[in-house]
Design a protein around this ligand. Structure first.
Ligand SMILES: [Zn+2]
Length: 83
């Protein structure tokens, strides 16, 4: 029982930390985008990991899930997530 409680506490901590880091990353990415490419809300950003992106600051493609539901245009290189 104690192990479960400790694991739960670690998970709660990591989730909170993940949200904090995601928020900072979203804000940093938005500041790098021209105004016409900025998402409506920070959490609209989708950070891909499948494809290298030479112009993205994360080195992977980044999409706007709200405006580009199918992930057809990376905000940095313009390539689709499905290649
Ligand atoms: Zn890209």
């Amino acid at each position: 029982m104690k192990d479960v409680k400790e694991l739960w506490m670690v998970l709660v901590f990591l989730r909170a930390r993940k949200r904090e880091v995601e928020g900072r990353l979203q804000e940093a990415i938005i500041n790098l985008l021209p105004e016409d490419k900025q998402p409506e809300m920070p959490w609209d950003l989708f950070f891909g990991t499948a494809w290298d992106c030479p112009t993205s600051p994360t080195s992977h493609c980044v999409y706007d899930r709200r405006k580009d539901l199918a992930l057809d245009r990376c905000l940095f290189c313009g390539d689709p997530a499905e290649r």
